[in-house]
Design a protein around this ligand. Sequence first.
Ligand code: SAM
Length: 220
Amino acid sequence: MDGHRLQGIGMTSRRTRERLAARLGDAGIRDVHVLNIIRQIPRHLFVDEALASRAYEDTALPIGHGQTISQPFVVARMTEILIRNGMPGRVLEVGTGSGYQAAVLSALVEHVHTIERIRALHERSRRLFRQLGISNIRQRLGDGHAGWPAAAPFDAIVLTAAPPAIPQVLFEQLGEGGKLLAPVGNGEAQELRVYHRDGDALVEEAVEPVSFVPMLGGTE
Ligand code: SAM
């Protein structure tokens, strides 16, 4: 798996990305595909220029509008879980944000669909994907509570904002054998959970405590 040939990366140091990948490896990320993609994706382009020098720290950073780009460890961990039993062909992400998680996924899976409720973030990530030559991400401005029925079923669905409970309609858009990965909970104390679809049954697995921004309704 070579990922994309990313365009327009510029002169940023490959070494800083190498260091980040090494740190994530030390922190417990084992999947070589995931670590390779972290080495390739120019995270500094997904944050404001003023924060670019901090882009390869293993930390969440503000992206405006009260939102954040997730911590690289969390992105890597979630990606690792999503591809654990084979690469999903079609993935739905709720919460495009900066676009970083979608870009990581797009290097590993065939099609990524991603929904964002804040127009400015939706448009910014669209420009960035174009700049980087990423062509397998479809985007929608909207409320991810409804999922993307016209593009369903998905092999995997990932939420990068936390609902108090998973909207039932998202489970309905999960294909047979598919998995849904989401932070679930109110406030800052949430739990990362994986749900596996097995026929009509959903098997739930708790992964670890996490802290995501809340999943909100409507658009702005
Ligand atoms: N995946 C993002 C990244 O790589 O930068 C992380 C984004 S941030 C932690 C979560 C995002 O979810 C925010 O941009 C927020 O606006 C968005 N969001 C929250 N509720 C949403 C909803 N109902 N539908 C779509 N997006 C939503």
